[in-house]
Write a protein that binds this ligand. Structure first.
Ligand code: AHR
Length: 512
């Protein structure tokens, strides 16, 4: 910030003597709120395209470090962001999946069809034990989606017993014979996925009855508590939330799915890397709609659950674009640009700020599908801009939310406007304060004053992720074009931080 800037307060933000609009962010450092569950930073891996097969689970001859067929460069990258949980096997695939097909000797497993995603052959070589081994390597909790659409309560009950029962039973013996005498203790269970769509095309009334039936048989074996997650609404389907909250009692959480669509048109979603400002703006608007969804859905939840026992689980979110030219349309392979990093930073800020209800979330999907963290091409592997945001934001996991308030100029495009700046803040168990800021303006460096309300940090450090164009991305030729670097364009003055936030940037401050 230049010397001698006089700030004229104009209600929502201020204007310097040079006419530059200054954004204000106030952080109440001395008033920590609830913990931001680390599970808000979760991920999702479906049997879809090249997420599992040729993603996590590779050809035995691929020249990369592997444990069995699990690709270790990916495992290491995900460990580096402290991945807290992984959702599997779908998605739409979950409501077609018969768990029994994926246990036992690989050569004896049936060959089935993944009829939802490209009609490809599924050899079931990656099944329950392989998934749980992957979670063990990642050091994360498994989150399993049970089949309600084409499965039975008995099949789900058996799967849970197979995995979690410590005593004597045929299924527990089968688990031991398949290499795992100890129970796995899988706690997170989704009861159906998108039951309003690919998971059975149900009405909310029918689904909530189905949920009541299925959940009855989701037993807590051997001291393991099952955290049951009901299938919640598709975006703004508030009636679905209303009916489920009214009819269902026994649930740990209820899900919500919202995808960012840049064009607003599911039939023509637009390219991941070739777009202009209209689609940049459209994507940001669609991404920020998450806040309205959370506000309206949590208001409904509050009416039925005043004590906020039920968590909102946003177990599918992220940008969905057209597939990369020349790739299988059923595989949903898309590149990942700076735009996507800003979507990740903004959505995670919203989740942090709603962490009194949002207890879990899963970006769709981890590798080679939709808004990925990792892209692979045979033995090559790259980390996307979205990955780097998760790395910058991992400091918020299990930290306590600090209330923050943003007064900033709007980002205007044509006749429309959206918030140009968003933020969230937390304090970790060591007393370190982290503030994450996202400047969505494509051309404006945002003079920003962060007011810590009387808190004087001994040291302030910053990291920034940005690039020249919103279409910039990491490619196999230039895998490190976009990554976080040290951020220095700020000054600390007592309890104020005066920063110049570059256009299209994610900045995270660490204050000790
Ligand atoms: O993430 C891709 C698909 O999107 C999932 O399988 C489904 O649940 C959603 O419609």
């Amino acid at each position: 910030m230049k010397k001698g800037i006089i700030l004229l307060m104009l209600g929502c933000f201020s204007i310097s003597m040079f006419g530059q609009k200054t954004a204000h962010v106030t952080v109440q450092v001395t008033q920590p709120k609830q913990q931001i569950s680390k599970h808000v930073y979760g991920h999702f891996a479906e049997h879809l395209g090249r997420c599992i097969y040729d993603g996590f689970w590779v050809d035995p001859n691929l020249p990369v470090e592997k444990q069995g067929r699990i690709r270790m460069d990916i495992v290491k990258a995900l460990r580096d962001i402290d991945i807290p949980n992984l959702r599997w096997p779908g998605g739409c695939y979950a409501d077609e999946y018969q768990w029994i097909d994926g246990v036992g000797k690989p050569e004896d497993r049936p060959v089935t069809i993944n009829s939802h995603w490209g009609g490809v052959t599924e050899d079931n070589s990656f099944g329950t034990h392989e998934f749980l081994e992957l979670c063990e390597l990642l050091g994360c909790d498994p989150y399993i989606s049970a089949n309600v659409g084409s499965g039975t309560p008995e099949q789900m009950r058996d799967w849970i017993e197979y995995l979690n029962f410590a005593g004597e039973s045929t299924l527990a013996k089968q688990r031991a014979a398949n290499g795992h005498p100890e129970p796995y203790g899988v706690s997170f269970w989704g009861i159906g996925n998108e039951s309003w769509g690919c998971g059975g095309n149900m009405t909310p009334e029918f689904y909530s009855d189905q949920y009541r039936l299925f959940q009855t048989y989701a037993r807590d074996y051997s001291g393991n508590r099952i955290r049951k997650i009901a299938c919640g609404p598709n975006g703004a389907d508030y009636n679905w939330m209303e009916v489920c909250m009214k009819n269902i009692r026994s649930m740990w959480g209820i899900s919500l799915h919202h995808y960012t669509i840049a064009t607003g048109n599911w039939g023509k979603k637009g390219s991941a890397t070739t777009f202009k400002e209209d689609e940049y703006f459209g994507a940001m608007k669609s991404c920020l709609f998450m806040e309205e969804l959370l506000q309206k859905h949590t208001a409904i939840m509050d009416r039925y659950d005043r004590q906020q026992r039920v968590g909102l689980v946003v177990d599918e979110w992220g940008i969905w674009t057209d597939v990369e030219p020349g790739t299988n349309p059923g595989f949903l392979y898309q590149q990942n640009s700076l735009r996507d990093a800003l979507i990740a930073g903004s959505t995670l800020n919203i989740f942090n700020n709603y962490s009194h209800r949002v207890r879990m979330a899963n970006l769709a999907q981890t590798i080679n599908v939709l808004q990925s963290l990792v892209l692979t091409d045979k033995e090559k592997m790259l980390l996307t801009p979205t990955y780097h945001v998760f790395k910058m934001y991992k400091v918020h996991q299990d930290a306590k939310l600090l209330p923050s308030f943003v007064d900033a100029p709007k980002y205007t495009y044509g006749k429309e406007e959206i918030d140009g700046l968003n933020a969230s803040a937390s304090i970790d168990e060591n007393g370190v304060v982290h503030i994450s800021l996202v400047n969505l303006n494509p051309a404006t460096t945002l003079a920003t004053q962060v007011n810590l309300n009387g808190y004087n940090a001994k040291s302030v450090k910053g990291e920034v992720l940005t690039s020249k164009s919103f279409t910039d991305h990491n490619s196999f030729d230039q895998p490190n074009k976009i990554k976080a670097t040290e951020y220095k364009d700020f000054k600390q003055k007592g309890d104020l931080i005066e920063a110049q936030l570059p256009p299209m940037s994610v900045v995270v401050f660490s204050l000790k």
